[in-house]
Write a protein that binds this ligand. Sequence first.
Ligand code: ARG
Length: 442
Amino acid sequence: MQAINVSIEVDKRLWAQDIAGSRAHAAMLARQGIISAEAAQEIDAGLQTIIGEIEAGTFPFRAEYEDIHMNVEARLRELIGATAGRLHTARSRNDQVATDFRLWVRDRVDYTIAQLRDLQKALVTRAEDYADALMPGFTHLQPAQPVTFGHHLMAYVEMFGRDATRFEDARKRMNENPLGSAALAGSPFNIDRHMTAEALGFDRPTANSLDGVSDRDFALESLSHAAICAGHLSRLAEEIVIWTTPQFGFIRLSDSFSTGSSIMPQKRNPDAAELVRAKTGRINGALIALTTVMKGLPLAYSKDMQEDKPPVFEAFESLDLALAAMTGMVRDLSANLERMKAAASSGFSTATDLADWLVRNLNMPFRDAHHVTGAAVKLAEGQGVDLSQLSLADLQKLEAGITEDVYSVLTPEASAASRLSYGGTSPVRVREQIQRWKEILA
Ligand code: ARG
């Protein structure tokens, strides 16, 4: 029984939240005249001693007291005697754990938002460095149209910005105080749930005591957002893995984020990026684990809900590491501008520009322009050259109206610079995006 029931090794991480909740509860009990002011003072002093013990590493976490709540209370009894027993008036472990866990998730959400902002800042800084750096834009991982590296990095700034606001939204919804829901039905004592809500930084008490002890959707919502964020991280991580291959050679990670091989001396492996990519598995797994634990549980509390913590702790630990590692990699990476630019020029990446030129200058329907451009690509492929290297005579054989002016759109620079539509890859537009984000992140 003890082996399956005990949770202290996991939930001891809630100690700070548990003690904060108890201190708020004791103060409220005293103000409402439910316990004496002296009792509340003794309890508070004892709880402060416990904080000191835990911080000093001398607190005895004991499996026979099952969980963090009973470990703290048992130690309080050892320290101050029978008065400790008054703390649990008008309270149950059910509302206690719901409160502790909300406080913990709220703290982590705040921390994650700060980490996301740091990652965004690192990306914006690098985007500014590389606002004019040409690279191939891909679809299907096939060269599509030239873009700038700055534009590509700023795409991730948008994604991580939405991730941050998702966490901000979740925080607003979760910021209600379950304490005082008691076991499930509320309390016959004249408690003041607004007072404990305020003391713990909650916006208000939860409105329904059954919901207060039963709900874990604050955790589920945070895990969902963590999973979406991890998905974004894994995409950037995957790109870093691809870009650092000698075949691509677009970027170089700093030595601190590259690892060697025990047998192959030439290796510079992107282990950190691979691990960021892999952490997504744990985070997605945590979301599935908790949605499955919560599914079909009757109201109110069931011990199943003790299994809510391991996935959440693990997911946020993984997300923390992934965000920190990604921020470090982005800060330190350097781009090989020649390599990227050469790649941007190859693969007929300005074919769309040729078609657009035919539309604009010869008033050709786009579908016909697409056809002529296809023939030009085939010709260039046959000659082993790029579109901009085809002779005017060759181009005119395909379409008599083509003039010298066409070459002005066939370079990757011209292609990127011409994409001035809102949100487009032109360095002018990219710098506007960068400026906007710098103001938001300042
Ligand atoms: N350790 C428990 C948990 O994490 C605390 C609540 C226990 N409540 C109960 N009625 N057994 O869920």
